[in-house]
Design a binder for this molecule. Structure first.
Ligand code: C2E
Ligand code: MG
Ligand code: MG
Length: 578
């Protein structure tokens, strides 16, 4: 050290400075041109494993950085990762050559950036890997596909498979999210089995996976591989003491046959997958051009549906629920209709599921209620002021507390909530959501009735019925059609009937179309109420008002049917015995 500069410092002061250097939180070393260490403070001793607190890390990279700094006569900044078993310490070190008292020295100062580094890594992992399954993310597979595309100079083919778990939402609703998550992890494992190093499986969202198979020889080879994979997926999964069954729908596109960019290939695989979903799920299909036309048509319907909602081009048809003995109208059901771009009236079958998928159904349901409120005087005039008014609510809405709360509020705002019933399918009741315990009581408090729609077609069973608290149960049309000729349906009908009676629920037969069906119900069952074309098709109130029926729906109106039927005088004398 330069004696002149420090000549004023006392021994005590020097000792004080040394102590401070020793205890600095940053690691500090000073070495001479030969690498001889002249000073090592406590933090540096610990970092370099010189104090015995940890095994000495590999210091070769550090020595190399020191050599570089000395020979260049310039500071060198390095990031050093020192591994100690599984633990890792990351240091940011500056090696600075200095001349002091005629000597070449190197001062190295290190700060510990381990925590910051771990956080960065975590950010990196979440950007590139899926946390749940550990699979690469969409970005990674896209990058991989783009590399293949850039590298290709003709001839090298690959396949992109889009996989979507069937009914995953039901599984999640029924078993809960923890089981749903565990299922995805197990699925990912089964999917990943038998892949080559050059293939890649990625989870791109909720229950969607992308699989890149490269290189490939032929379409047949991929078809065979996918078949084997799908078979492996059909075996039950054992999760949380439950046996869970899952199937997966797969769409596949091939490069270069079905596109020359990642986006096109992914979209086309998605389109092929969509076809499988509509064809009964659980299998695989390759993309073809006809699917593209279908997808275009679907997009058109989507657009017009969005527009129709925006422009409120909806109306309601009403169908009565009739007492089969007295012909009195017990209640009516509002059935939504859409007026499409060309002014043609569309039944819900063509758009209701889509509205659900596009997130438009909540608004639609509110529109139906608004339409009813607007027409309430005419409704009372036509069907009587005592008739209950049923509104359909989709199962997916029933499980959404936010919507159900707003809907309950809207029903309350009408001022006559007790007039209303909501019709729900069985799925709404069996899903393990808070529907029965929290949502239903809200409606009960308002006096809104609850009806189970399409009973017998859903996921529940007769035993599940015992747990459902509802006022009304509507037996699906599939059991009522030709009931007089079908002993099996008759048996089912009797079972539902007695169970409903025990549970205090009113039974309604849906889709009653013929005199024979009615006669059977009257003679051989205790069922009091029915709904169907036999009594009345769904009708538009405006058409009644104009008294000039224009559509076929309004011709068979409730006003004319029961009278005609009365005259024919159906009774139990039709040969049926209870
Ligand atoms: P749903 O609630 O079971 O309604 C009964 C359906 O059966 C109606 O079809 C009705 O027109 C039809 N129908 C009634 N009687 C007969 C008959 O004797 N024979 C035959 N073949 N059919 C009969 P629609 O109006 O096409 O509605 C279909 C489904 O769309 C409804 O089934 C309901 O699930 C749903 N839906 C209707 N309106 C709405 C709504 O506002 N919101 C929701 N979420 N769903 C709705
Ligand atoms: Mg209904
Ligand atoms: Mg129904």
């Amino acid at each position: 050290m330069n004696d002149n500069r420090y000549s004023g410092a006392s021994e005590a002061e020097l000792g004080f400075l040394k102590e401070i250097v020793r205890m600095l939180p940053a690691g500090l070393t000073v070495q001479d041109a030969h690498g001889e260490l002249l000073l090592v403070n406590d933090a540096a001793a610990a970092q370099l494993g010189m104090d015995g607190s940890r095994p000495s890390p590999d210091l070769a990279p550090r020595r190399e950085a020191c050599r570089k700094a000395l020979s260049a006569g310039q500071a060198v900044v390095t990031e050093e990762a020192l591994h100690d078993g599984a633990a890792r310490q990351v240091l940011l070190t500056t090696h600075r050559p200095v001349r002091l008292a005629g000597r070449e020295l190197l001062i190295s100062a290190s700060s510990d950036i381990t925590e910051q580094k771990n956080f960065e890594d975590q950010l990196f992992r979440s950007a590139y890997f899926d946390e749940l399954t550990g699979l690469p993310s969409r970005r990674v597979i896209e990058h991989r596909a783009n590399n293949l595309l850039a590298r290709d100079h003709g001839g090298e083919r690959f396949a992109l498979a889009f996989l979507d778990v069937d009914n995953f939402k039901h599984i999640n609703d029924y078993y809960g999210h923890a089981v749903g998550d565990a299922l995805l992890v197990e699925l990912a494992k089964r999917l990943g089995r038998d892949l080559r190093d050059s293939d890649m499986l990625s989870r791109i969202s909720g229950d969607e996976f992308l699989l890149l198979l490269s290189p490939i020889q032929s379409q047949e080879e991929i078809a065979e591989f996918m078949q084997a994979t799908l078979e492996r997926l059909t075996a039950p999964f054992f999760i949380d003491h439950s046996e869970v069954f899952a199937s997966t729908s797969v769409g596949i596109s091939l490069y270069p046959d079905h596109g020359s960019s990642f986006e096109t290939l992914r979209q086309n695989a998605d389109i092929a997958m969509y076809r499988i979903k509509n064809d009964g799920k659980g299998s695989a299909a390759f993309f073809d051009a006809s699917m593209e036309r279908e997808a275009l048509a679907r997009t058109k319907i989507e657009q017009s549906l969005r527009l129709a909602i925006l422009e409120k081009r909806f109306c309601c048809a009403f169908q009565s629920k009739v007492d089969i003995r007295t012909q009195a109208v017990k209640g009516i059901e509002a059935l939504v209709r859409l007026r499409d771009d060309e002014g043609v009236i569309q039944a819900p079958g063509s758009f209701i599921n889509l509205a659900g998928e596009l997130g438009l159904i909540d608004e639609l349901t509110h529109l139906v209620l608004a339409e009813i409120v607007k027409s309430i005087d005419l409704i009372n005039e036509t069907f009587g002021a005592e008739a209950s008014i049923s509104i359909n609510v989709a199962a997916r809405q029933a499980g959404n507390p936010e919507f159900m709360r707003s809907f309950a509020q809207a029903l309350d705002n009408t001022g006559f909530p007790q007039r209303f019933m909501i019709e729900l399918t069985e799925e709404a009741f069996v899903a393990k959501s808070h529907f029965q315990s929290e949502i239903l009581p809200m409606f009960r408090k308002l006096g809104v009735g609850i009806s189970i729609d399409d009973f017998g077609t859903g996921y529940s069973s007769l035993s599940a019925l015992a747990d459902i608290t509802a006022d009304e149960i509507k037996i699906d049309r599939s059991f009522i059609t030709d009931i007089h000729k079908r002993p099996r349906s008759q048996g089912i009908l009797r079972a539902i009937e007695s169970l409903s009676e025990a549970l205090g629920m009113t039974v309604i037969a849906e889709g009653l179309e013929s005199y024979e069906e009615l006669a059977y119900l009257q003679a051989a069952s205790k069922i009091r109420y029915a709904q169907g074309y036999y009594f009345s098709r769904p009708i538009f109130l405006e058409e009644l008002k104009l008294a000039t029926p224009v559509s076929s729906e309004s011709r068979a109106s409730v006003a004319s049917r029961p009278i005609q039927q009365n005259r024919q005088g159906y009774s139990r004398a039709n040969g049926y015995r209870r």
